[in-house]
Design a protein around this ligand. Structure first.
Ligand SMILES: CC(=O)N[C@H]1[C@@H](OP(=O)(O)OP(=O)(O)OC[C@H]2O[C@@H](n3ccc(=O)[nH]c3=O)[C@H](O)[C@@H]2O)O[C@H](CO)[C@@H](O)[C@@H]1O
Length: 357
């Protein structure tokens, strides 16, 4: 029996690529294991899959700031390594695929100790901390952006592009209409603040709801715990987080306002959705979304708006400018080819699996 183990978590960005690959390995008859945290979003997105054995492990958090918790973390990570080692020895995967996030670090270290080959995929422009810590233990490191290979050990690096779920291309507009009740033909604006929602984007939308709903119908993905029914009105529909329904909502959408998380923006470009990107600022992140947004703007796929520049006026102007320029942006996006990235990952995983032992 062929066996593969996936890991990755913390935010959906570190899980979604795994959900894009799992169906292919399922079809090929693999036994599939997943190592994630006890309670993270990965448990929610993967834990219910009947044919994937989910294993929760203890995880630390890679904080960049001082906290009392930092002292406990090495012990949690050490426990996570021992737990992962025991799972790997018991389940005997032929190869491991890691999508990053702090939960993946102990898994990748345990894989090295157990001599199981590891392939990592990095979605962002510059590698995240968890992946950077994992690089020495990996056999191959795949990147979404060509420029990222410069930040990765040369012999292990390969640019393959974004891995996108096939199902996203199968959306039905009618189902989107049924879910939202939007039937008056106004352009539909889909708002996504990353997988966890964005308070600043939520605020910008809600503060300008009256002006926006005059021109647009709005589907707002608010993030868990951020739906607020007091804003309910005609032309404004909120969901906290959608899974299978996302494809239909995207099919319905004419325009997108979004954070600039790496997975989301490549989905939008693959589906040719004109987008206004509001990247997460350097104050609360390493600034990677700013690089993502700049890269997309340079290629003519997106407009972007600096979070610190948001006022009611600049926000409304930016949304209306997006609507004005939508045909041009779509034309530019036609140049983008959805690469055969998924096939390449599968090919590589099978290659490393064969080299085992
Ligand atoms: C705050 C934070 O740390 N953000 C990072 C995180 O973003 P985040 O976890 O938000 O990840 P992305 O924006 O890359 O992807 C979000 C994914 O969630 C999906 N989705 C979203 C909402 C919803 O209701 N349903 C749904 O399925 C999107 O389709 C997409 O596939 O990981 C990304 C990839 O490493 C990074 O680029 C981001 O900087």
């Amino acid at each position: 029996m062929k066996r593969i183990l996936f890991t990755g978590g913390g935010t959906a960005g570190h899980v979604i690529v795994n959900t894009a690959l799992i169906p292919s390995f399922r079809e090929k008859g693999y036994e599939i294991d997943y190592i994630g945290s006890y309670e993270g979003i990965e448990k929610e997105l993967i834990g219910h899959m009947d044919d994937v054995t989910y294993h929760g492990i203890s995880t630390g958090k890679l904080r960049r700031y001082m906290s009392k918790e930092n002292v406990k973390d090495p012990f949690k990570v050490a426990k996570g390594i021992l737990q992962s080692l025991s799972i790997i020895k018991k389940r005997k995967p032929g190869v491991i695929f890691s999508k990053g996030g702090f939960v993946s670090v102990p898994v990748v270290i345990a894989a090295k100790l157990a001599r199981v080959p590891v392939v990592i995929h990095e979605s962002d422009f510059t590698p995240g901390l968890a992946n950077k810590l994992s690089f020495p233990f990996a056999n191959r490191i795949l990147t979404t952006f060509p420029e990222t290979t410069e930040h990765v050990p040369e012999k292990k690096a390969e640019y393959i592009g974004a891995v996108i779920r096939d199902e996203l291309f199968q959306g039905e507009e009618e189902k989107g209409k049924e879910m939202t009740g939007f039937k008056d033909g106004k352009p539909v604006l889909l708002v996504m603040g990353g997988s966890s929602g964005s308070e600043n984007i939520n605020e910008a939308i809600r503060h300008n709801l009256e002006a926006l709903t005059e021109r647009y119908n709005i589907v707002h993905l608010t993030g868990k715990g951020h739906k607020d029914d007091s804003y309910s009105r005609k032309g404004y529909v909120q969901f906290e987080y959608v899974t299978d329904e996302l494809k239909d909502l995207l099919k319905l959408a004419d325009l997108v306002v979004s954070r600039a998380g790496a997975n989301a923006i490549f989905e939008f470009v693959a589906l040719k959705k004109p987008m206004l990107l509001i990247p997460l600022s350097r104050k609360v992140s390493r600034g990677d979304q700013i690089l993502n947004a700049e890269s997309f703007e340079r290629q003519g796929f997106a407009h972007s708006l600096d979070e610190e520049q948001i006022t009611d006026e600049t926000f409304l102007q930016a949304v209306n400018k997006l609507e004005e320029d939508k045909e041009k942006l779509k034309e530019n996006m036609n140049r983008y080819e959805v690469q055969k990235s998924k096939d390449r990952v599968i090919e590589l995983l099978q290659h490393y699996e064969k080299r085992k032992g």
